[in-house]
Each structure stands twice: as C-alpha cells, then as structure tokens.
Design a protein around this ligand. Sequence first.
Ligand code: URA
Length: 188
Amino acid sequence: MMEWNELESAAHACTRCGLCETRHNVVFGVGNRSADVMFVGEGPGEQEDLQGIPFVGPAGRLLDDMLSIIDLDRNTNCYIANIVKCRPPRNRDPMETEQDACIDYLRNQVLLVRPKIIVCLGRIAAKRLIDPDFRITRQHGAWVEKNGIWMSAIYHPSALLRDVSKRPETFDDLIALRAKIRELGCQM
Ligand code: URA
C-alpha cells in the first residue's frame, strides 16, 4: 500500500494500459480523503480528461445536484473516484483489461480513505466492485456489506440525463443512502 503522495504520483506517471497514449490528464480523484462516503464512476469523459477532475462535465453537474439533495458535497464530506483513471476514446466502456490494469489504484484509494459506504455510479462500477453479474435495472439501491464496507449502486448520472424516467427511482435510492449514512453515524 502506498501513501497519498506516492500513489498519486504513480497514477500520474502510469503506462499500465493503452489509455495512457490518448489521455490529456490522469483523473485521480477528488474530495475529502477521510470521508465516510465514497462514490465510484466508470472512467473520465471529455471534460474530465481535459481538466483532470472527476465528474466536471454535464453528468458531473447532475451528480453535484444529486449529492446536494442529501447534504453531500464533493469538497467536504465525500470522495469521488473512477474505476479507470484515464479516458477511454469516444467514451466507450473501459475494457476488462484496462480495468484490471487500473483497479489497484482504486483499491489503494479505498484503503487510504477507509469509507463506511461506497456507492457505485452505474453498471460498470457495480459489476466491478459488487458483483460481476450485477443488473443495474434490478439491483440499484440494494445494499450489501463487503469487507466491512456497505455498498450499493445507483444509476449513472449520464443515464439519468439520457432517460429522465429513471430519476424518481434514483431519488428514492438517494433517500435510502441518506438513511444508511445516518444509521452508520457517518461524519458529515
Ligand atoms: N463519468 C464517469 O463515470 N466518471 C467521470 O469522472 C465522469 C463521467
């Protein structure tokens, strides 16, 4: 396990997969490194790649709005990262091999943050972190405890931009997340 400075430097210099050839910036993570609540997306999009910060494009604005509904804020009480730290070309899904090459950075981030809760944003993160057979339509909002961390998944904000009919269910999932945060006495 590496400490933050070493880990971030290693990620910024990473050439473990082909995504390093097309990236503008490594998108490491953002937020409170001691937060009790962590969010994990799939990988950077265009704006994230250009700015080096997770969820700063259209989906990111929606994510910030979703967080604010339950008094979460990326700069104070949560930490946000991705399965892969470099943008897949044209925003395609990150390949299994790319996820494999990158996942140890996320593992190390989780070990350092020590969150009580991890919320996967979308099916790619849910499949990787919760269950390879995870079905987001059926299992969003469900909670499982793994290695002492409470885990769930909600629809990816990009999916909510494409399909507003998923928003009411996501609102319910956010309210359930707030209940879990209170139940576990998370630092807010
Ligand atoms: N989508 C993601 O999954 N992650 C980001 O950082 C931005 C968009």
